[in-house]
Design a binder for this molecule. Structure first.
Ligand SMILES: Nc1nc2c(c(=O)[nH]1)N[C@H]1C(S)=C(S)[C@@H](COP(=O)(O)OP(=O)(O)OC[C@H]3O[C@@H](n4cnc5c(=O)[nH]c(N)nc54)[C@H](O)[C@@H]3O)O[C@H]1N2
Ligand SMILES: Nc1nc2c(c(=O)[nH]1)N[C@H]1C(S)=C(S)[C@@H](COP(=O)(O)OP(=O)(O)OC[C@H]3O[C@@H](n4cnc5c(=O)[nH]c(N)nc54)[C@H](O)[C@@H]3O)O[C@H]1N2
Ligand code: SF4
Ligand SMILES: [Mo]
Length: 755
């Protein structure tokens, strides 16, 4: 027994962004009292950002979901039941629906914020045992376009390089990413490299973000025109002799066809289309073209687009054309948003995926997985399941009857979210497995399953650079909460699959997952084990007996031996036509709505909303307008405006700033229903998707902005008051725990099913 007064230290990983910083949780008296950066972790070398430093405060909060609950009456509040009762009810209801409507009537909607082990067992249960490929995840809103772009261009998903390339690069191209706020520790490494070696930073973002503020060159591109800009850069590389003809010849296909099409993307044309200075475009091409070593970073500004796959492939093309790939200091590097989005992609938690970067499209892959899962041939369907947007749509149309949501809050985070609410209302059975009870989605659950957070469970997560870090229990889970993988396995057992899901622990799941080694994509965890991961995080590919993972994939000592993981070993120049965003502005909706993140908050605030210091940094929601637009609309700073699209509207206080382009506005995604009515930006966003990645266009939709004059209704005033009370409670700790709980419950009561 450890004495209650002794402080112990548990090595773990930060559960927020995909940088995947290593950290220690300092535990005393059964509580996490402090968080420290892990000085040896190769992602952060001891540093942590504000979110990481305060994550200890999100573990033991009044808003944790502590008990298994069912909601006998959808209009009423959920009631506490025993874990066995909830697990049995879930298993029986799912089984009944599968029996009556077939396996495609059910599905999982998963998250890049749960362990690889939990993602793996959920995927196995649906695809291998229920017999449906209806497994998708919030990565569909996040990384899907990077994944499909990588596969199309390089043959396999995941970046070819590592963070350590930063310290060898001479230039950085950051496009559609606000790295300074969203991947802060990695951006510090970029800034340190700039300071040490003079490496130049080029940023492409319609907003002047904190990232753009540090750039040598900022191209404030017209929203949704990045593909044209990327082709413009390729055009200039070709025109100015910045291409590596030897590399193109030896390792790629498709250049002649692409180069012919590039003729059109002259600086003058690109400057007009993207609304940037011609000279600035030429300067960007010069900086990148003249650097022998440079890296690209991209995230949601490129991925969340109906051209997301094309955008991602075009970034790869910049590197293939200049031969800046497969060697140190180089490469196209897509940053993962969530802490374990990479693990999910490896597990195959998108609708077409199978473990070990396999695909339901491939007969050989299906047979391989059926064999390892010991299920009969033909169990895994050849058709991909429903992707996120389609899944909720299918629920709304009655094509699907049940959904099991784990670790994500789609009622707040999905585009055109009215359709999501409709889907959940129409569904016969909604299971929500969450660690917090304040998620907007929890209000729609028939069954609530309490997940343990990462600090209370065993598991692994894989960060942006393919590095696997293990986490271990530092404190016990609250109430009846269980590790996410365990809940899934217990339901599976109850459904009659006890043998296939009777894992003794998370390690047993990891060991099974390693067996999915895929020589075709170089995905290889065989050299890893829980024991080895205890001592240090490890990067894949890592074969059996290897001491170290491979920092740069697709690299050979002799360049003539370089093989990309495509069928012929050559990378591909993918040639997609340039198109406009699905929704363009018109007279009725003359503004572009851009959405995204703030530095100190995380998504839908179930976690960072509990941290007083972070609430002080970003206390409340807002919309950013350009002063010239605000003047024309007659809106002053601090007044409220309604922002309405063809789908729905929100009402927010206005902040004025020249950081947004005239004709655009920016709304952070963090504040949703529990903070008041008409705050959720996804009431307005568009659910049009990229044809390849099926990722929705969350960054561009057309809106009308108007000054709001109306007095708040009594209900609005009451809700605002409750919201204010709640924020005060958090900010000042002026209320007792019981008072805080009463405020939270009163608030939640206002948002029971469907209100
Ligand atoms: N602080 C914080 N950090 C986070 C998160 C968080 O919630 N808070 N979430 C994590 C997750 S899951 C993710 S996915 C990442 C997201 O990380 P980022 O993608 O960096 O963050 P976003 O704010 O969504 O969007 C990035 C930028 O895209 C720009 N953009 C909008 N439209 C366009 C366009 O047409 N072209 C270009 N080039 N840019 C455009 C926006 O102005 C914005 O600055 O962050 C991760 N890190
Ligand atoms: N308009 C607009 N919408 C967006 C985006 C945008 O840029 N603009 N970005 C999109 C992107 S990139 C993303 S990633 C999504 C994020 O959207 P979500 O995934 O919906 O956001 P989170 O708030 O992170 O939700 C995570 C949920 O999991 C719960 N949770 C946390 N830890 C655990 C755990 O260990 N176990 C379990 N079971 N539950 C846990 C939290 O309480 C929370 O309810 O939003 C997307 N939506
Ligand atoms: S940079 Fe990301 S992983 Fe690192 S401490 Fe901050 S939120 Fe956590
Ligand atoms: Mo994300």
């Amino acid at each position: 027994m450890i004495a209650a007064s002794t402080e112990t230290s548990v090595r773990t990983v930060c559960p927020y962004c995909g940088v995947g910083c290593g950290m220690y949780l300092q535990v005393k008296g059964g509580r996490v009292v402090r968080v420290k950066g892990d000085p040896e972790h190769p992602a952060n070398f001891g540093r942590l950002c504000t979110k990481g430093l305060t994550v200890g405060e999100t573990i033991d909060t009044p808003n944790r979901l502590r008990y298994f609950m069912t909601r006998p009456d959808r209009a009423g509040a959920p009631v506490r039941v025993t874990p066995d009762a909830a697990i049995e009810a879930t298993a029986q209801k799912l089984q009944a629906i599968i029996r009556q409507h077939g396996p495609d009537a059910v599905g999982f909607y998963l998250s890049g914020q749960i362990s690889t082990e939990a993602q793996y067992v959920a995927n196995k249960l649906a695809k291998g045992f229920w017999g449906t490929n209806n497994v998708d995840s919030n990565s569909r809103l996040c990384m899907a376009s990077a994944a499909s772009g990588y596969k199309a261009s390089l043959g396999a998903d995941a970046p070819p390089g590592s963070y350590a390339d930063i310290e060898q690069a001479e230039a950085f191209f950051i496009i559609g990413s606000n790295m300074a706020d969203c991947h802060p520790i990695l951006f510090q490494r970029v800034l340190a490299r700039k300071k040490a070696s003079g490496a130049a930073i080029v940023v492409v973002d319609p907003r002047r973000t904190s990232t753009a503020a540090k750039a040598d060159l900022h191209l404030a591109v017209k929203p949704g025109t990045d593909l044209c800009l990327l082709y413009g850069l390729l055009h200039l590389f070709a025109r100015d002799g910045a291409i590596d003809a030897g590399f193109i010849e030896a390792h790629t296909d498709g250049w002649p066809a692409l180069v012919a099409d590039l003729m059109k993307y002259t600086p003058a044309y690109v400057s007009r289309t993207c609304e940037i200075e011609e000279a600035a475009l030429c300067e960007a091409a010069r900086i990148l073209g003249q650097s022998a070593h440079w890296m690209s970073f991209w995230t949601m500004g490129l991925n969340q687009s109906t051209q997301g796959t094309a955008n991602s492939s075009a970034v790869c093309s910049l590197h293939l054309a200049t031969g800046t790939i497969g060697r140190p200091g180089c490469g196209p590097f897509s940053l993962t948003g969530q802490p374990n989005a990479m693990g999910g992609r490896e597990v195959g938690y998108l609708a077409s995926g199978l473990p070990g970067q396999r695909s339901v499209h491939s007969a050989a892959d299906r047979v391989f997985c059926e064999h390892l899962w010991n299920v009969s041939p033909g169990t895994i369907g050849a058709q991909p399941g429903r992707a996120a947007v389609e899944m909720f749509d299918a629920l709304a149309r009655g094509k699907m009857k049940a959904i099991w949501i784990i670790g994500t809050n789609p009622v707040a985070s999905m585009p055109r979210r009215a359709r999501v609410r409709e889907g959940l209302r129409q569904a016969e059975f909604v299971v929500v497995q969450d660690a917090y009870q304040t998620s907007e989605t929890a209000a729609f659950a028939d069954v609530l399953l309490p997940g343990a957070v990462w600090a209370e469970a065993d598991g692994t997560m894989t960060n942006s650079e393919r590095r696997v870090t293990r986490f271990q229990p530092a404190v016990p889970p609250p109430g009846d909460a269980l590790a996410d993988w365990e809940i899934v396995c217990r339901v599976a057992g109850e459904m009659g699959y006890a043998e296939a899901f009777g894992y003794a622990d998370a390690e047993a799941i990891f060991d099974e997952f390693r067996g999915f080694y895929n020589p075709a994509t170089h995905w290889d965890l065989r050299g890893m084990s829980y024991e080895r991961l205890c001592n240090a995080p490890l990067q894949w590919p890592m074969g059996p007996g290897q001491m170290k993972g491979q920092a740069i994939r697709d690299r050979e000592a002799r360049s003539d031996r370089l093989r990309f993981p495509t069928s012929n070993g050559r990378a591909r120049f993918v040639n997609h036509p340039v198109a406009l965003p699905e929704e363009t502005v018109d007279r009725a909706h003359p503004f572009v709505l851009n959405t995204g993140r703030l530095a100190h908050h995380w998504h839908t605030l179930t976690k960072t909303g509990e941290v007083a210091a972070l609430n002080r940094l970003h206390p409340s929601p807002f919309v950013v307008l350009h002063p010239s637009d605000a003047q024309a609309l007659g809106i002053a700073e601090g007044e409220t405006a309604s922002i309405g699209s063809r789908r729905g509207k929100l009402v927010l206080p206005v902040q004025l700033s020249t950081s947004v382009r005239p004709g655009s506005c920016f709304v952070p995604i963090h504040w949703n229903d529990r903070f008041g009515e008409q705050l959720c930006v996804n009431e307005a966003t568009n659910d049009a998707v990229d044809p390849y990645s099926l990722q929705p266009e969350l960054k561009v939709c057309a809106v009308r902005i108007e000054k709001t004059m109306t007095e708040p209704t009594q209900e609005e005033a009451l809700l605002a008051l409750l919201g204010e009370g709640r924020r005060m409670a958090e900010a000042t700790h002026a209320f007792s725990t019981a008072q805080r709980q009463a405020i939270v419950s009163a608030f939640n009561a206002a948002f029971t099913h469907g209100s």
